[in-house]
Design a protein around this ligand. Structure first.
Ligand code: GAP
Length: 468
């Protein structure tokens, strides 16, 4: 295994190569909010598409949904988020910086037990108060912790100015799935077991802004809720655990040694099992995806609060029951960070100059699976000031751009263009040179092996359809 990339290297790389920018950067940024740049937006789109294919396209019994970010405030009352979706917060008495207490403790090597309530974590803070340092001013003087609700409020539809009954920006996408359960059953001809999948934005007032896109205040979730007969819930849960592990290893191509399971000891009151798939991010192993056996909690609570029956009648046995839910939940942003961490490579290689002299060189290469690559093919004219080469290269670019995200580059020498494409993970570079003008062939250079082969222009379509 090569040297692990640091967070600083990744952040700098993402900015320099147009993957991720701090939000509102020209105004000094906006904590825990980020924007995807030209290459980032392509990578994020590919992540969504691969997840959708895996979960919806390849499962005839899983259907998609796109519910709204705004929902009735009653949804969040019923789900328990208004009352209990909180983290413990303390404030530095000197500079008024607010911080998550479990994170402050982590910084001095004290790890709060998962079973602890916000109050118990507060007691732990008091016990270690002499050592806990403010990340901003360095003082050791924090207020008593209090629970801080993570739901983000809005003033939508609030024309009186009172914030007694605010509309929230959704804190998780799955609530939109539960409240549409009946609509889907009534219209989509689905039979238990079946799933509803959704990709969309979620918002949380995260107290501590750190770890780049790992913990954002506006982020994107890819969630699937699988509705099963209660008797089959445990078995289905195990199947989904296995499927999701294989997805990361076989479909996304993450290195298996960078993944591990973490079982939650402290289950939320409704869950009967909860495991996370953790990824070895630059700051260590942390949650990438959560897989939860949520029992009948969600449908029952929404049935109770809304007064709408949310049951399932088995068409064969006529048995009626509230389905149990097996949930798989992962962030686009955390997947993005895991993919970049896995792929970012600095490698040394031997190069040979025109006189056959060998020397060592190094390059930064994003060894990203080709289906995830933001740009699939780069097209270069060998020289930018030779009009015949430029026109031919533009012709090739235009024909390939119908099927692939391509980039045309005539800046600097070919060596520099290869470096630029390696850094953003472009699998193939096509160069149009003087031989092209005679025999209609081009050079294709492979990102990983750096080997080159010559292909006839009319064969490029078939070549790439097999390659990608
Ligand atoms: N519906 C279950 C749920 O929302 P969660 O563990 O709070 O569970 C699920 O979140 C996934 O959403 C996480 O595993 C992570 O990938 C992503 N996620 C959660 N909070 C996030 C944040 N603040 N920034 C980025 N991704 C986040």
């Amino acid at each position: 295994m090569g040297k692990k990339v640091t967070m600083e290297e990744l952040v700098a790389f993402c900015k320099r190569r147009g993957f991720i920018f701090a939000s509102s950067e020209i105004y000094g940024g906006f904590a825990a909010v980020y924007d995807y740049g030209p290459y980032g937006v392509e990578l994020a789109k590919n992540i969504r598409e691969i997840w959708w294919k895996e979960m919806v396209q390849l499962h005839p019994n899983i259907v998609g949904l796109d519910s709204s970010i705004f929902m009735s405030p009653k949804v969040w009352e019923a789900s328990g988020h208004v009352g209990g979706f909180s983290d413990p917060l303390a404030e530095c008495k000197q500079c008024h910086t607010r911080a998550r207490v479990d994170h402050l403790l982590e910084d001095i090597g004290v790890f709060a037990d998962e079973k602890m309530s916000d109050e118990e974590i507060g007691t732990l803070l008091t016990r270690h108060a002499a050592k806990v340092v403010c990340p901003k001013c360095g003082q050791k003087d924090f207020s008593a912790p209090k629970s801080f609700n993570l739901l983000v409020k809005s003033n939508l539809g609030n024309f009186t100015g009172s914030m007694d009954d605010p509309a929230y920006l959704r804190g998780e996408t799955c609530q939109g799935i539960y409240v549409n359960y009946k609509n889907v059953v009534d219209t989509a001809r689905v039979k238990v077991p079946f799933g509803i999948a959704q990709i969309g934005k979620a918002f949380r007032n995260e107290i501590t802004a750190r770890q780049f896109i790992f913990r954002k205040r506006e982020f994107e979730q890819m969630e699937m809720q699988y509705f099963v007969n209660p008797d089959q819930a445990a078995e289905s849960y195990e199947q989904w655990r296995q499927k999701r592990w294989s997805y990361y290893v076989d479909t996304l191509g993450l290195k298996e040694e960078n993944l591990k399971w973490h079982e939650h000891e402290n289950l939320v009151f409704y869950a009967s099992a909860a495991w996370d798939i953790e990824y070895n991010f630059p700051f260590g192993f942390k949650e990438l995806e959560g897989i939860h056996n949520r029992g009948d909690y969600d449908l029952s609570t929404h049935a109770k609060h809304s007064g709408t029956k949310l049951i399932y009648r088995d068409p064969k046995t006529n048995q009626e029951y509230t389905p149990h839910v097996v949930e798989t939940s992962v962030g686009v942003d955390r997947t993005f960070l895991a993919v970049l961490t896995d792929a970012y490579t600095i490698e040394e290689f031997e190069k040979t100059d025109n006189e056959g002299k060998k020397s060592l060189d190094s390059r930064t290469v994003l060894k990203i699976p080709k289906k995830l690559a933001p740009v699939k093919i780069a097209v270069f004219p060998l020289m930018r000031n030779k009009q015949e080469l430029v026109s031919k290269a533009k012709e090739v670019f235009e024909s390939l751009a119908h099927n692939y995200i391509c980039e045309f580059d005539d800046n600097g020498n070919v060596g520099k263009r290869y470096r630029r494409q390696d850094e953003i993970g472009t699998p193939c570079c096509v160069t149009i040179d003087f031989d092209t003008l005679n025999d209609n062939t081009v050079t294709i250079r492979d990102r990983d092996t750096m080997e080159q082969e010559r292909i006839r222009i009319e064969d490029l379509g078939e070549y790439f359809s097999k390659y990608f």
